[in-house]
Design a protein around this ligand. Structure first.
Ligand SMILES: Nc1nc2c(c(=O)[nH]1)N[C@H]1C(S)=C(S)[C@@H](COP(=O)(O)O)O[C@H]1N2
Ligand SMILES: [Mo]
Length: 429
């Protein structure tokens, strides 16, 4: 049997690039939307030339993909008619969606009893503008890696290096005085209440980061470049541990309230609005069809959720094998470990072969990550699975979190973060 650990190590030394063909190539081909749409299988169709050995094929797959996603290659989730990101430049200027016209209001929900001493409002000409934000950035700017995932979409939308000012710094400017329990925040949506997209967090989450957690930021850069209109520019919220709906784009208004309840747009339609990232695995590349006895290069990504990640495993079972009805989450399959790949030496996307500038919060000053994999990012994994006899197989993947618990756990609903165990078909001929 081929030793993948060895292969990957050797590979690291040889090529210094061993991340999967995911972010850019994958998204370009629309591969990031799950099996329900049939699109992930495009990965499988995208197979290595037949004259490569399985080891070479694995190496090729691993070396060909950058870790980060180009800003333009993120999968967009946006609403509005017209879409705020598609407004012509001149309209964007008129509605405060350019860096030189943007303003952020931070006001109190006075009806709720909340009191602040220094409201930042357009009316009183005290709203924060972009140069005010940049002034805060000089002292407080932070950067971190974070995956953007919609709790209703199987695959992550993209992963990037986000830069911004902690939201607490801007809230501090407004000098909250009394009875503030929650932060409501709103994106621009054509000034039509029915199109409004909003989200909320407890004031404590914004003011204080639990150990190991990252700050909620007002983000103005992605991968070292100004945030584009598509990604929510000039400024969006990034809520590091939350699914995408907490990261409101085209942010223009923050309301401090004494209401303790979430007012999120995503509270509708049974979405869970207090649900951190789930740890779960997805396939990137697997052979749709393979010869009997031939080793199978299999790769994928795993989202490293709140509970961390220690392992990614796969199981290969005859497709017609009857699974116990009481084991919907396949706990009794013959799960085998894959290799979770080490940090990339090249980050790809806008950075290409360049190192990440100004060490992100999850990194030491010398550019090494403080741990790997990082929570709220993606881990890449690979395995060369031993060959099997002819037949149709079901191939599955799952993760083991940092507490040793297999994830995803059985969940009553997927709207707290899509987390079904992925199953794909492999035909051995
Ligand atoms: N203003 C606004 N912000 C928004 C949305 C939106 O429709 N309008 N969609 C949210 C949802 S549901 C997701 S999953 C993420 C997607 O971010 P992306 O388009 O940058 O990938 O943006 C969030 N922020
Ligand atoms: Mo979403």
């Amino acid at each position: 049997m081929i030793d993948v650990t060895h292969l990957a190590r050797q590979h690291r030394e040889l090529s210094r690039r061993y991340f999967l063909r995911l972010s850019s190539a994958g998204l370009a081909a629309g591969l990031w939307v799950g099996p329900s749409t049939g699109r992930t299988t495009a990965f499988a169709a995208n197979e290595s030339p037949a004259d490569l050995s399985p080891e070479q094929a694995l190496e090729q797959i691993i070396t060909q993909a950058p870790y980060l996603t180009l800003s333009s290659k993120f999968y967009n989730v946006e609403r509005g008619d017209p879409l705020p990101s598609e407004l012509p430049e001149e309209t964007r200027r008129a509605v405060g969606l350019t860096r030189d016209t943007w303003q952020l209001e931070v006001v109190a929900d006075t009806d709720s009893g909340a009191k602040i001493r220094h409201p930042l409002s357009k009316e009183s000409k005290t709203a924060l503008d972009f140069s005010g934000l940049m002034q805060l950035a000089e002292k407080h700017a932070v950067r971190y890696l974070k995956v953007m995932t919609c709790n209703n979409i199987d695959d992550p939308l993209g992963i990037g290096l986000w830069e911004g000012v902690p939201l607490r710094e801007v809230i501090a400017l407004a000098r909250p005085a009394d009875l503030v329990r929650r932060v409501y925040y709103y994106g621009y949506h054509n000034d039509k209440p029915e199109q409004m997209f909003r989200s909320s967090l407890s004031i404590d989450r914004v003011l204080e980061d639990p150990p190991g957690e990252l700050p909620v930021i007002l983000c103005y850069k992605l991968n070292g470049e100004w945030l584009s209109p598509k990604r929510g520019g000039p400024v969006r919220v990034i809520a590091p541990e939350a699914y995408g709906y907490k990261s409101v784009k085209w942010i223009q208004r923050v309301v401090l309230t004494n209401d303790f309840r979430a007012n999120d747009t995503y509270a509708d339609a049974n979405n869970d609005v207090e649900s951190p990232h789930k740890t779960y695995a997805r396939f990137a590349h697997f052979p749709k069809s393979v010869k009997a006895g031939q080793a199978m290069p299999i790769t994928g990504v795993a989202q490293v959720g709140a509970s961390g990640l220690t392992k990614v495993q796969y199981a290969l079972d005859p497709a017609d094998r009857e699974l116990p009805a009481d084991d919907r989450f396949f706990t009794r399959l013959d799960w085998r470990d894959t290799e979770v790949l080490a940090p990339p030496r090249q980050w790809g996307a806008e950075f290409g072969k360049e190192p990440l500038p100004d060490a992100p919060l999850q990194f030491y000053a010398d550019g090494r990550p403080r741990q790997w994999p990082l929570r709220h990012t993606l881990a890449h994994w690979a395995v060369l699975a031993p060959g099997v006899s002819a037949g149709k197989y079901a191939l599955r993947c799952r993760t083991i979190d940092s507490r040793g618990v297999a994830q995803p756990l059985p969940r009553p609903m997927l709207r707290s973060g899509h987390n079904a165990i992925q199953t794909v078909e492999v035909e051995v001929v």
